[in-house]
Design a protein around this ligand. Sequence first.
Ligand SMILES: Cc1ncc(COP(=O)(O)O)c(C=O)c1O
Length: 378
Amino acid sequence: MPGFELIGQEERDALNALMDEGGVFFAHGFDAKRKRYHVRELESDFREFLSCHDALCVSSGTAAIKVALKSLGVGFGDEVITQGFNFIADFEAIIDCGATPVVAGSDDTLNMDPAQLEGLITDKTKAIMPVHMLGVPARLDEIFAIAARHNIPVIEDACEAIGAKYNGRYAGTLGAAGVFSFDYGKAITTGEGGLVILNDEKMAVTARQYHDHGHMNLPDIPRGLDRAGVAGFNYRMSELNAVVGKVQLKKLDYIVAESGKRYKALDQGITSGVYKKRAVPEGAEPAYDTYIVEVADAQIREHAIQLLGDMGFGTKNLPDAMNWHCSVFWDHMGFDTKTQAQLDTLALLERQIAIPVMLGKPVEDFAELAVALNGLTG
Ligand SMILES: Cc1ncc(COP(=O)(O)O)c(C=O)c1O
């Protein structure tokens, strides 16, 4: 979340420098006119930062999901298993591919419950897409074990978990593909933007072609003289966004470290039995941008939300934007939204409070908030 808090002079300077380079071009082409390729530079920075096979910049996180699904060949009649606590984009991308979303409920991490996964697999299942919601990775060891047994690829939606880790590796880099979003609300932001992380060369080639009208971008054939490799679309990132992204990526370690101090002040400070803390899987390190507690008592929950408002923290997503984060509300999309797993997810989410971890507030304020929350008894 704090990317937008730290956007400033460095990003402005980088944008000004771009204006002096002869034009704002597409990500590719115009070789004789341009001085630099900023999208390609950002991709190279991400490949190095994430230690992944390939990183492809695209126009949004939603586009990243669509490109990842297409690179796996997801199409009409296929099923993709994802989770009810989600953002609507995952369902939009699945449906836009002509496939059907199949919905798992949540465990105590609030992410995909591995115990429900195997029962949802059919011979139409083409991909499994766990979503690391609000900074905490899903139980990937269990999910990968089930996926491997059935030979089904996993796409990690790490849009809300940029900088989180699992078994020492960045969330988003462990599956066949992973996705990030750089929209305004994410850990690092380019205003709009996304990244597809690919660990397989065949998928990477398809993804690169698909996001750029099918262009092959072969080094020895000028753009325009090549032929389309696949039926594609335009999901390219703009050079303007990439310029900002390169500066923001340099801030990510600092953002995660500083967020971690604030998150831990809450985690250590909240001691009242009124609050059930969100589980973090063994071996996972959150991105620390949100702290979530479950409050079973409706009256205390109301008081806690009031207190968060009074102390200037506010809440996010839960409860603020439930309609956009729980699949029960998406009847307009033509799949069964009222399965037991989804109704259970709604009931679970209705007990949660998501506290935004902002760098604009010092660590001490988070420790004080914990003390104040401990004082609520009904
Ligand atoms: C979990 C998740 N997936 C996908 C997206 C889509 O990203 P974008 O807004 O960049 O399209 C978001 C954005 O909020 C998200 O939170």
